[in-house]
Design a protein around this ligand. Structure first.
Ligand SMILES: [Zn+2]
Length: 99
């Protein structure tokens, strides 16, 4: 199972807002770790109970929606409407032939 991974601000408030579930692990990556990820390595860590494997997703799966310029909405007859190409999320899947 792949964990849900989210980018949040590095503040106590953002951590509190994100929540703790059953507990908290603090994993601090160094520039050396980031370089290793970019080189295709896997970062492995464990807290004595669970092991975490961290990898860099190298295939871009989604790209900015060109119809709404990534805003998720566009103007239609003077009204702001949800972009139906990206369903309002601002991104669309990268075509297979572009990968
Ligand atoms: Zn769109």
């Amino acid at each position: 199972m792949t964990d849900t991974v989210t980018i949040i601000e590095n503040t106590a408030e953002a951590r509190e807002d994100y929540g703790e579930r059953y507990g908290v692990d603090e994993i601090e990556l160094t520039a050396e770790h980031i370089a290793a990820l970019k080189a295709g390595k896997c970062i492995a860590s464990n807290n004595g109970e669970y092991t975490q494997f961290i990898t860099l997703k190298t295939t871009i799966e989604r790209m900015c929606c060109s119809y709404c310029d990534g805003t998720g909405t566009y103007e239609l007859a003077g009204e702001t409407v949800c972009c139906s190409y990206c369903d309002g999320c601002g991104t669309v899947p990268v075509p297979e032939e572009w990968k």
